[in-house]
Write a protein that binds this ligand. Structure first.
Ligand code: GGG
Length: 359
């Protein structure tokens, strides 16, 4: 049988996105080399993002989605640069791909790595780890609303931003969260809303959660308001396993989680189209970090962990484990970028991870 060949679209996009995608690709090249022909990754890189916008007036070409449709996966860097308003760059590229490719599940593990100091970690608990499951297609990111621009500049402008919650959208992300919980040592799903204040969509979310939970009697559940959940992340992280939340709440909570694990630079993620009708997209949680971009000092671990999630998605489970083990071996050796208290640069961490692939 022929070895599988996977077509991967790389979109480094903006700022440190370019540095970390290069780092992730270097690690995947090494994994592929050591697989000695058991699989192949066929890469194509697309120069879309804020520089492309300066030249073309759009973050990606009009037919960009059609081009991407033929790929097995998308490996993404980060979007956002001071020359383009943030909402234009985000909607013009990252959200355009996520929403059009129905990548409705955004999986964001919160990883505590050896050798990385976390304000949460006590000497006796080394096993903190939880996963934020982000509803990735609707909620507060539905893009519904408007502004009465006619009133602009006169002090009386009004803007409306509506959140959209559908029962189908809520149910599918919750079932995915429950199925994920069943694979974990702690079988628990925590659902997050602000349903005391937001009495329509988030009450629908709560009611759907109760209905879905009834199908998973073996999984522990809780429903927690987002403010209380923020406190719980800090005060009782040992009580978390899978946290499912709306688009906005999960975005904020996953940043909090990765900061508590040591740095936003560590956080990996997968934007999944679970039906596999469209390619899924793998990217570090962090943005383009214009303040450190181009200096070779950013943390590549979030992007390299995302590459491992991509391997897993492609069915290369052993290779994904190899990459994750190499990340752990590297931080355990103290090879770390500055954001996590080290002195290494991006290239040194990447090289150490490659050297540790056999660890
Ligand atoms: N790699 C993730 C990324 O580029 N994020 C940019 C960003 O601003 N994201 C906001 C969001 O997706 O909610």
């Amino acid at each position: 049988m022929d070895a599988p060949r996977f077509r991967i679209a790389a979109i480094p996009a903006d700022g440190v996105g370019r540095e970390v995608v290069a780092a992730g690709r270097a690690v995947l090249d090494a994994v592929e080399l050591s697989a000695a022909g058991r699989f192949a990754l066929a890469w194509e890189e697309f120069p879309w993002g804020s520089d492309y916008y300066a030249e073309h007036g759009a973050m990606m070409p009009e037919d960009g989605l059609t081009t991407l449709q033929g790929f097995d996966a998308i490996y993404f860097g980060a979007v956002g640069w001071p020359t383009v308003p943030d909402h234009v760059s985000l909607w013009g590229l990252r959200l355009r791909v996520c929403q059009n490719f129905d990548q409705w599940a955004n999986i964001r593990p919160v990883n505590f790595l050896p050798g990385v100091t976390s304000p949460l970690r006590k000497a006796d608990d080394t096993d903190l780890d939880w996963v934020v499951v982000r509803e990735n297609s609707e909620g507060e990111y539905a893009g519904i609303g408007g502004r009465n621009l006619a009133a602009r500049g006169r002090g009386g402008e009004v803007a409306v931003q509506s959140a959209l919650f559908t029962e189908v959208g809520c149910e599918r992300i919750m079932r995915l969260a429950f199925d994920l919980a069943r694979t974990r040592a702690r079988k628990k799903v925590s659902s997050v809303t602000k349903s005391n204040a937001q009495q329509y969509g988030m009450v629908l979310w709560d009611e759907t959660f109760q209905r879905v939970a009834a199908d998973y009697p073996d999984v522990e559940t809780e429903s927690v308001l987002v403010d209380a959940m923020s406190a719980k992340f800090v005060l009782h992280p040992e009580d978390l396993s899978v946290v499912v939340a709306s688009n906005l709440h999960a975005d904020i909570l996953s940043d909090l989680g990765s900061a508590l694990a040591g740095s936003l630079g560590l956080a990996a993620s997968a934007n999944l189209n679970p039906e596999r009708r469209f390619p899924s997209m793998f990217e570090p949680v962090h943005g383009s970090a214009p303040d450190i971009a181009g200096r070779g000092v950013c943390n590549p671990i979030g992007a390299i962990g995302s590459a491992a999630m991509m391997l897993d998605h492609l069915g290369l489970h052993d290779e994904a484990k190899t990459v994750n083990r190499a990340i752990e071996a590297t931080t355990a050796q103290g090879v770390k970028t500055r954001d996590v208290g080290g002195t290494a640069d991006t290239a040194e961490v990447t090289e150490a991870i490659i050297a540790n692939l056999g660890a």
